[in-house]
Structure formats: C-alpha cells, structure tokens
Design a protein around this ligand. Structure first.
Ligand code: NAD
Length: 300
C-alpha cells in the first residue's frame, strides 16, 4: 500500500488528508499543532512528532503550509533543524500544495533534483469546501514524468489537474488566480454594500447579479454578506475558510511577480492595500470575505 507523509493539517490540509485516507492510502501525519492531528488519527492516520519520523518509509510527501518560509524550512532545514530532504528515501515523490513564491518552489525543486528526488509544486484552488468535497483544482509545475506520478495521487483530492509548465509554474498560475480572486471579492463586497445602502435586499441583489454580467466565484459560492448563503463563512462569523492574512500574502506574491516582470497591476495593488488595512484593523485571522465589514464600517 502506498504510504503518504502529510505535513500541515490546517484548514486545507486536514480535509485533503481525510480524502486520501478514504481513498485507501496509508497516512503518516505531522503538524506543529498536535491537536489538529487527532481527528485524522481517529480515522486511522499515524501521528508523527518530527519531520524525520513522518517521512520514514513514505513513498510520497505532501506539504500544505502557510508560506514560502515554512516550505523552505521544512524541506531544506533552518539553523536549528535539518529539512526533510535529509531524511527522504531515494525515489520519493514530493508535492507542495501550499501557495508560495515561484522562486522558493524552484529553490526546493532544484535541491530535490540534485538528490534525484521528484518535486512538484501543486497549489490548489477551491477553498475548504473544495478540499472537503475532493473537488479541488490543482495547478501543477513539474516535468512531464513527475506530473504523471503526482496526478495519480492528486486525483483523489481534486477534480481538475492542470500542468502549468516546469517547477514554479504552478505557483505562478495560482498567484494570477488569487490576484483575480482578491479583486473579485473586493468588488463583490463593494457592489453588495452599495445595493444595501440604497435599500436593496442583499439576497435579491445577489440573485440579480448571479443571473447578470456581475456573476463571479465569490458571489456564487462564497457570498461575503451574512445570511445570504447558509454555508458561507460570512454566515458563520467569518470563521475561515481562507484567512485574510493568507489573501494578503497571495496579493503580495502577485505584486512581487509583477515587479519582476514589470507588469501593470493597479487593481491587484488596490486589493492588496484594502486587505493590508483590513488586517491591520485586527481581522487577519478571519475569513477573507470579512472584507465586507470594511465597507460596512463607513455608515456607522
Ligand atoms: P492553515 O494556517 O490553516 O494551515 C497551515 C498548517 O501548517 C497549520 O496547521 C500549521 O500549524 C502548519 N505548519 C506550519 N509550519 C509547520 C511546520 N514547520 N511543520 C509542520 N506544520 C507546520 O492554512 P490553510 O488555510 O490550510 O492554507 C494552507 C496553504 O494553502 C496556504 O499556502 C494557503 O495560501 C493555501 N490555500 C488555502 C486555501 C483556503 O481556502 N484556506 C485555499 C487555497 C490555497
């Protein structure tokens, strides 16, 4: 039976790991916050207490970590600890599904290739709901052989698996997507607030825009106005979901990429600044749809 080491069991990692257990893989799991491992242990995963232990006898390693610095330190090590590249067996396939800067993905990828190990960057889109349902979109950066190997595992957690190009290209595709998502969420909050301020019912307005040219993912699956959509974080006190601090990180990655390629990103820059202000007001741990409250505050 294939053994998978899964590292990072937060909002996304836990449901992804759950789907792999359901698909019949043998799971070894590790998170710095050990209590996050308990529900998966009850489903049969083996809880590990170090990077060395979690990758022992693993055929595949999957990481789902917050940002580039965590990924670099988990794979390459830091001043205190060795990274998992010191411990994995030859032939291990490594899949990083975190959203990070393409440069970090390429740095880890080339260190892995020097050891004849396969590495792919495979960030995801689809949110916690997509992770739970096993319908994530994976945007993969890899060589052709590693892509084919990764696909055999990713298909148990996702519905659409795209090969964006070589290592780092998955991250670039994801960064473009989230630049657009940040802009769309800001616009959705803005339009809904304008309607409410002018006497419209947000449910009625949402339905109007869903059948009109303002339709978008945030409006359709993730309505930011409380009580419009029962299942959205907005109707659950903005519990994440996708934290505002992670959206700010992703929009920052978009700005870094744009600076390198000298691309114009005025809308993305505006969305990044909105999230920076929103987070500075104490909302960084709330779901990113809580930006809706930023627009509400003006009328009080
Ligand atoms: P999260 O903060 O809920 O989970 C990250 C987990 O990594 C935490 O449990 C943390 O304890 C663990 N971790 C951090 N450093 C570690 C280390 N050195 N060793 C072991 N565990 C460590 O974040 P999330 O929402 O699950 O997002 C994970 C990644 O996926 C991020 O890069 C995010 O941008 C991306 N993403 C999130 C969503 C979403 O809707 N939440 C959607 C798409 C992509």
């Amino acid at each position: 039976m294939t053994t998978i080491a899964f590292i990072g069991l937060g909002n996304m990692g836990s449901p992804m790991a759950h789907n792999l257990i359901t698909a019949g893989f043998n799971l070894q799991i590790f998170d710095l916050v050990e209590e996050l491992t308990r529900p998966l242990a009850e489903q049969g995963a083996m809880v590990c207490h170090s990077l060395q232990q979690v990758v022992e006898n693993a055929d595949v390693v999957i990481t789902m970590l917050p940002a580039g610095e965590h990924v670099r330190s988990v794979y390459l090590g830091n001043e205190n600890d060795s990274g998992l590249l010191s411990y994995v067996a030859p032939g291990t396939l490594m899949i990083d599904s975190s959203t990070i800067d393409p440069e970090s993905a390429r740095t880890v990828g080339s260190a892995a290739q020097k050891q004849s190990l396969e590495f792919v960057d495979a960030p995801v889109s689809g949110g916690v709901a997509g992770a739970k349902a096993g319908t994530l979109t994976f945007i993969v950066g890899a060589n052709d052989v590693a892509f084919e190997h990764a696909e055999q595992v990713l298909k148990h957690m996702g519905k659409n698996i795209f090969h964006a190009g070589g290592i780092g290209s998955g991250q670039m595709g994801k960064i473009c997507n989230n630049l657009m998502l940040g802009i769309l969420m800001s616009g959705t909050c803005e339009a809904l607030t304008l309607g409410i301020d002018n006497g419209l019912d947000p449910k009625v307005l949402s339905n109007i825009m869903l059948q009109s040219s303002g339709r978008n993912w945030a409006l359709e699956l993730y309505n930011p106005c409380p009580d419009v959509m029962e299942t959205s974080p907005a109707s659950n006190n903005y519990q994440p979901g996708f934290m505002s601090k992670l959206m700010l990180k992703d929009l920052g990655l978009g700005m870094e990429a744009a600076a390198k390629s000298q691309s114009s990103v005025p809308m993305g820059a505006l969305a990044r600044n909105l999230y920076a202000l929103h987070n500075a007001n104490g909302n960084e741990l709330l779901d990113f749809s809580s930006l809706f409250e930023f627009y509400q505050s003006k009328s009080e």
